[in-house]
Design a protein around this ligand. Structure first.
Ligand code: PLP
Length: 484
């Protein structure tokens, strides 16, 4: 974990802090303080990090030490900085703030905030009846200790059946129930990726997958997706052949964030190439149920797997509810056993009650999922219309499913725009969060999981601050500096 940040590093993170919207109305120290708060708000500057000494930051920014002193004082007063004489200043949370569902802190009175940082839906109405029915089922398990490291057999069987229906014959022994898809990925990485091993990921990709890979200290290389067309088959297969990664992580259905769906032919070639290069293929199927326009889906990647190279991971967070924390791995039965053994060392097992709720929900899958699809389709269309009206210069591919739209902006403004949007009550996840090296400043992920009215209002607010950004000098593209 980063525990301190140097002056040059913070200066780079701050970018053109002095030309943010509204800047012409505030003195330098206030603009600097606001920019540091913005970095904290979008998670680019962590909590508990020691900021550089005033003189060092002043030099790096080319401002007077008095300006930095005053900015630090303002940050202390607003509760974003703790200072100890002679020791330094650490980033912190102001009193009365909490961690929001997005994982970012947010003021308690922040009721008007539209959170587009999080790409997940509220629970379906069926959840409470499912929870009641699950409670009725619970006595069947109360006579035992309740630890089932691989998951309840009935839930494993229900998940296996869904795979079989999709065209990959699967038995309950091939399913491991996990605490969400995130834990599924983490366990797979623990099993297959030794520290420092080469790994291939898409860029842009799901930020928490990058976090899980960073925790394994994997050596990450990337395959860049085209905003309009998705994967480039030759480049993806070429990257596999050249880097021969230990593992490749791909989101084949309505990729987060770009929304692309991998065609069947590439699925087949990818599996064959992974076999040739000795690569474990981890296929994140988080959005597989959420096809919005075309019910015809390409076959699951596992269909093409003849050598147990494919580990499919998925879960209930996107079509049902993230708060359930139910996910799974589909792999060979022996691999599932090994993953279950690792899992015991992490959290023993998933909660019995939640697994029973999941069983209930899967029994009602067709009606719950079709309602979810209709809801998301409506919301996506509302978002697309609002963007075309309010921000016609932005370009995007209309995703045929999933929950996210990846917009190409009209300049490298994603972080600045996200900071400005926070001031008008819209939380955004800027493009660089979805990559590794501070690139993707020209992109912004927009989820369409909130009600249509909120999405339209959010776009209106984003458009208003976007036009304010123009009054300041346009941020120019700069080569990112290396952070050691
Ligand atoms: C691609 C992808 N994988 C995994 C996850 C995490 O899912 P879960 O809530 O099941 O852990 C998400 C959630 O946004 C996701 O988008």
């Amino acid at each position: 974990m980063t525990t301190s940040v140097r002056g040059d590093q913070l200066a780079r993170l701050l970018g053109r802090w002095h030309s943010l919207p509204g800047r012409h109305r505030s003195p330098d120290y206030a603009a600097l303080g606001a920019a540091v708060r913005g970095l904290l708000a979008d998670g680019r500057l962590a909590l508990g990090v020691r900021l550089p000494a005033e003189r060092e930051l002043a030099e790096a920014l080319g401002v007077s030490r008095t300006t930095v002193s005053a900015a630090y004082r303002a940050l202390r007063e607003s509760g974003h900085l703790n200072s100890r004489r002679g020791a330094g200043s650490w980033t912190t949370l102001p009193n009365g703030h909490r961690v929001a569902t997005s994982g970012l802190w947010t003021p308690d009175d922040d009721l008007d905030m539209i959170d587009l940082g999080c790409a997940a839906s509220a629970a379906p109405v069926e959840l409470v009846p499912a929870a009641r029915a699950a409670a009725d089922e619970l006595p069947r398990y109360l006579g035992s200790a309740g630890y089932h490291p691989a998951g309840l057999t009935e839930l494993r069987a229900a998940v296996a059946e869904a795979y079989t229906t999709r065209g990959v014959p699967t038995s309950a022994e091939q399913i491991l129930i996990t605490s969400g898809t995130q834990q599924a990925l983490d366990l797979v990485l623990r099993l297959t990726v030794p520290v420092g091993a080469p790994v291939l990921v898409e860029t842009p990709t799901y930020p928490n997958a990058l976090a899980a890979l960073a925790a394994r200290r994997a050596r990450i290389s990337t395959h860049g997706l085209d905003t309009a067309t998705g994967w480039d088959a030759e480049l993806l297969l070429g990257a596999l052949r050249q880097t021969r990664p230990r593992l490749a992580y791909v989101i084949t259905e309505f990729q987060n964030p770009t929304g692309h769906l991998m065609p069947a032919e590439l699925r087949e070639r990818m599996v064959a190439t992974a076999h040739a290069t000795g690569t474990e293929l981890v296929v994140d199927e988080s959005f597989v149920d959420l096809s919005l326009d075309n019910p015809e889906m390409p076959p699951p990647v596992a269909v093409f797997d003849r050598h147990s190279r494919v580990l499919s991971i998925g879960g209930m967070s996107k079509a049902y509810w993230g708060g359930l924390r139910i996910g799974w791995v589909r792999a060979s039965a022996p691999l599932v056993q090994r993953l279950a053994a690792i899992r015991v060392g992490v959290d023993m097992a998933s909660p019995v009650l939640e697994q029973l709720v999941a069983v209930q929900l899967l029994q009602a899958a067709s009606s719950i999922v079709s309602a979810r699809r209709a809801q998301l389709q409506f919301r996506r269309d509302a978002l697309v219309t609002a963007l075309r009206e309010q921000l016609p210069e932005w370009r995007f591919f209309i995703p045929g499913g999933g929950v996210t739209l990846w917009a190409e902006l009209d300049g490298p403004i994603s972080s600045a725009l996200s900071r400005a949007a926070e001031d008008v009550g819209v939380r955004l996840a800027p493009g660089p969060r979805f990559g590794l090296d501070g690139t993707l400043e020209r992109f912004l992920r927009l989820p369409f999981t909130l009600p249509a009215d909120d999405l339209v209002e959010a776009v209106r607010r984003i458009a208003s601050v976007r036009h304010d950004l123009d009054r300041a000098p346009r941020p120019a593209w700069r080569t990112p500096a290396v952070i050691a």
